[in-house]
Write a protein that binds this ligand. Structure first.
Ligand code: ADP
Length: 425
């Protein structure tokens, strides 16, 4: 490392090592430039001499297979070079998936669905990003499904989503999230309604597996599925459910031998279950940080970020015009259910919500379903609004929305547990 007080530092990395840094201070900015050699950030190659800028909250690893020199300016809170990385195992996983993709291509079959599983903060999303980047870099067009309703990286929390990956993730901003397919769940943990969660996952799996057939290149590329960090008890049952719904070809288990052994026992023998180490660089997040990052994602949905700010709109909606529903009615014993219905069905029931003060700050999902006679659970999401004020006297609510126009007359909104305090105005 060589130091120059005013203009930053040079970092010389040997082959198979990475520069890791974190930025915690508000308003801090770090710029990194690749001076020589080759380097990548979670699978996206850095362009030589280009300045990349990182802000508060960034937890970054810039890895090199061949060796490189990086130049960085700005204040980092943690910064070191590590030679211990699991990248060789990760690239081997990519190579194995490529093998499946080539077979699929030859036989005009669907490519592999791979699920990445493991407890919280083990680098699941990062491994998905690496696998997807490597896939597009060799000309594939995979789908990326994120089933993590707590910390999902595609839509806002409380939903599951899928996008088509057509180019490597942007170094600073991740994958382009154009035209995602989103299904509403409404809670930040699947435990809030396991029956609904499984139903929504089944729907997503069914629709996306079918959509693979529409495009030859995507068909053989397959799907990378990111999952929740809840891996015990019902959380484990959800993983099994997802693996069946997606007909997973491979499951990459990060950092937990017990989960690996349980899956080996419980999934069919033609599913390749692989145990992988987590990177020592992956940073654990506290409960508070997780909460903050959920809020941040919702804020970005409405307001964008420093690079691409959005300017949302506010409008008033009279309670009488608000068609608001919630999925899941309070449980009733089987004996109290109408003939032919199980208590389980109540968990998927669409029930009307009467607006009250309690709606304040809640995120509401605008669904493409137009009536409760439609398959509301199985219909994708058009967008989100947030309740910024409730006026019981005027019998109205103020909604924050990315769209300038008021809600269409047949708009059907779904209540979500997630809240967002709009302190922006
Ligand atoms: P999970 O999906 O399992 O919760 P993530 O992939 O989101 O975990 O990783 C948690 C955090 O660790 C992210 O902010 C990510 O940028 C960071 N991270 C991942 N891998 C590394 C690494 N090798 N070095 C430094 N930070 C990393």
């Amino acid at each position: 490392m060589s130091e120059d007080n005013n203009s930053g530092k040079d970092y010389t990395l040997e082959a198979d090592s990475e520069l890791r840094f974190e930025i915690e201070q508000k308003d801090a900015k770090v710029t990194v430039t690749l001076v020589s050699g080759f380097a990548e950030l979670f699978g996206t190659e850095l362009v030589k001499k280009k300045k990349y800028e990182f802000g508060v909250g960034a937890k970054v690893a810039i890895f090199t297979y061949q060796g490189c020199v990086l130049h960085a300016t700005g204040k980092m809170d943690v910064c070191y070079i590590s030679k211990e990385t699991p990248m060789v195992q990760y690239v081997n996983c990519h190579a194995a998936l490529e093998q499946f993709r080539m077979e699929a291509e030859e036989q005009d079959r669907r490519g592999p669905v791979v699920m990445v599983v493991g407890p919280m903060d083990v680098g699941k999303s990062t491994l998905c990003r690496i696998l997807l980047n490597y896939a597009v870099r060799v000309g594939r067009r995979p789908l990326y499904a994120d089933l993590d309703v707590g910390q999902g990286s595609i839509s806002i929390p409380g939903n599951i989503a899928t996008i088509l990956i057509e180019r490597p993730a942007n170094i600073e901003e991740g994958f382009a999230k154009t035209a995602p397919l989103v299904y509403h769940f409404g809670h930040k943990s699947p435990s809030a309604n396991s029956v609904l969660y499984n139903a929504v996952v089944s729907k997503m799996a069914e629709v996306t597996l079918q959509s693979l057939d529409a495009n030859k290149r995507t068909k053989s590329s397959g799907i990378v599925v990111n999952t929740c960090g809840w891996v015990k008890g019902s959380g484990y049952a959800h993983l099994l459910h997802a693996s069946r719904a997606y007909r997973a070809r491979a499951i990459f288990v990060l950092d937990q031998e017990r989960l690996y052994n349980d899956l080996l026992r419980d999934v069919s023998s033609n599913v390749h279950v692989v145990l992988l180490p987590k990177s020592g660089g992956v940073v654990e997040r506290t409960k508070e940080l997780r909460h903050e990052s959920r809020e941040q994602r919702i804020k970005e949905y409405f307001y964008g970020n420093a690079r691409t700010p959005f300017y949302p709109f506010s409008f008033e909606v009279k309670f009488q015009d608000l068609r608001l529903y919630k999925i899941g009615a309070p449980p009733l014993p089987d004996s109290c259910m109408p003939i032919g219905m199980k208590a389980e069905d109540n968990k998927k029931k669409v029930v009307a919500v009467t607006p009250t003060q309690a709606l304040l700050h809640h995120v509401l999902t605008l669904t493409f379903a137009e009536s409760t006679d439609d398959d509301v659970i199985g219909t994708n999401v058009a967008g989100f609004c947030c309740v910024t004020d409730v006026d019981m006297e005027r019998q109205s609510a103020m909604l924050l929305s990315p769209q300038p126009r008021p809600l269409p007359p047949n708009a059907l909104l779904l209540w979500s547990e997630l809240q967002f305090m709009d302190n922006h105005a």
